[in-house]
Ligand binder design. Structure first.
Ligand SMILES: [Fe+2]
Ligand SMILES: [Fe+2]
Length: 272
């Protein structure tokens, strides 16, 4: 059995240092074999610092992806590169987006992941009045009209999908069960927000359709393998099972109150 602690949307930049310490104490007390973080750890200028605190405090490895907030006041490719390089010198930290191969958690359980990106494909992007801070605080996305921004969002979604298209078959070839960690829910049915599914106004900013399409295509081709997707971003807790062999868990979160999203004692089969 392997014990995994999952965290999402902890947004540590919004809390005092003592609360960060309390969260680390809680994670440590759970005695995990691995910690998974599905993004929105802090912002570009402090995410390394928070990751360092995890590495210093915990015995186990920390596998993570970044969320949109982790790129605020920075640029997506630059932050990804910097965090990738930073992790090369940190034995316990693993940035899944930069991994070229699946990670083995147990002989039966593999792990892959990618930041993902809300790719403006689901819902009504051009009719939406939602303006995420992403569109002002991330270098590539700032200073554009919605129409001009759309191809950039789609490119970011496609990049995430391409990564999963490469690594998921490798993982499914080796492991009965695969965990996929991503920040942005890959399906409409996973976009939980305040107790309900998001509407067409929010969906373009809350879902990565490109990744969802790849997941469903691949999992239909591997009916005897199981996939658990762990995501966040919407801060609304929920679960969906789009196929018999796929479960998507969306983690709830509250700004200013970082907490453990869930603890799994992994045995072969679904986690939920
Ligand atoms: Fe978040
Ligand atoms: Fe987010």
């Amino acid at each position: 059995m392997t014990r995994v602690v999952w965290l999402t949307d902890i947004h540590l930049n919004f809390v005092e240092s003592a609360l960060v310490e309390r969260l680390l104490d809680e994670v440590d007390a759970a005695a995990p074999d691995a910690v998974l973080i599905s993004g929105d750890i802090g912002e570009s200028q402090n995410v390394e610092r928070y990751l360092s605190r995890f590495a210093a405090r915990l015995i186990c490895p920390v596998y993570f992806v970044l969320g949109n907030h982790d790129f605020y006041h920075g640029s997506v490719p630059v932050v990804r590169e910097e965090i990738g390089q930073f992790c090369e010198g940190q034995a316990k930290l693993c940035y899944l987006t930069q991994q070229k191969q699946p990670v083995e958690l147990t002989p039966h359980l593999g792990l892959i992941g990618h930041d993902g990106w809300a790719d403006a494909r689901l819902g009504d992007y051009l009719g939406s009045n939602v303006f995420l801070s992403d569109y002002a605080l991330i270098a590539e996305l700032a200073g554009h009209y919605a129409l001009d921004r759309r191809p950039m969002l789609q490119r970011l979604g496609d990049e995430a999908a391409a990564h999963i298209r490469e690594l998921l078959p490798q993982a499914l070839a080796r492991y009965e069960h695969v965990i996929l960690v991503t920040h942005v829910p890959p399906l409409r049915e996973a976009c939980w927000h305040e107790g309900r599914l998001s509407d067409d106004n929010w969906l373009p900013h809350f879902s990565c359709k490109a990744m969802g399409d790849v997941i469903l295509e691949m999992m239909r081709q591997h009916p005897v393998r199981n996939l658990t997707v762990l995501c966040g971003h919407t801060h609304g807790k929920g679960e969906t099972r789009p196929l018999a062999n796929v479960e998507v868990l969306t983690g709830g979160a509250v700004y200013g109150a970082p907490s453990i999203t869930r603890i799994f004692d992994c045995t072969p089969g679904f986690l939920a």
